[in-house]
Ligand binder design. Sequence first.
Ligand code: SAM
Length: 236
Amino acid sequence: MAGTSTQALPDGSTAAAWVDRWRDLMAGWLPEQEQVWAQVGDLVAEATAGTPVRLVDLGCGPATMACVLADRFPAAEVWGVDADPAALQVAALAAPGRVRTIEHDLRGTGWSRPLPGPADAVVSCCALHMVGAAGYRSVAGEAARALRPGGLFVDVDLHGDAEPARSAMPVADTVGRYAADLARALGRPSPADRSGQADPPPVPPGDRAGTLLAAGFSHVSVRAPGPRCSLVVARR
Ligand SMILES: C[S@@+](CC[C@H](N)C(=O)[O-])C[C@H]1O[C@@H](n2cnc3c(N)ncnc32)[C@H](O)[C@@H]1O
């Protein structure tokens, strides 16, 4: 990743290594993630004549897609929102000054308040299946408030039944193990054990489109850039 620094965590490991491990882990679910991020970048370029001023990545994790967008649009202000402080700490160490972070639960309102002005695009990758139907309504409403008129909303997400891709290398790592190892490396308390806790049912792409229309978006479309994911695109 261009421009990624290798700042160390308290245990001496590098932030870049944690970003790489996360990218490899996510590739188990979405091997085509880098192509999808490029497609999101193309949509942003198309909607902004190639000169976005402000972009927001929802559920950014350690900011893998946000960094790709920051590389592609170096003049843009790129923000990442996530509820996980450890992931945001890695993002801040791996890409200092390139992605600004907001720690916030997307199911609640208010994540756009720290933005200094309207966003040109609010994007998300593999995150909004975790917020449930009420959370998605909240995300759509807050995104509508955050975006400038004509601004772009792009939600790339795994299909509800997505499993680690058979074609990918075996997923030897798990999100839970990553979170526990990262907490140790950062000297943070261990994350709560979520095994046995089910996420709310993911909202199907068609229902996401309906929710965006109800929140005032237009030109809503659903695409399938790959066999495991869908892409919901809308204009404010
Ligand atoms: C599967 S990861 C995807 C991360 C990143 N977008 C990527 O493509 O690698 C889902 C992310 O969504 C975040 N997330 C899940 N539920 C959330 C919520 N309610 N509020 C904020 N972030 C949330 C998680 O902390 C995690 O970083």
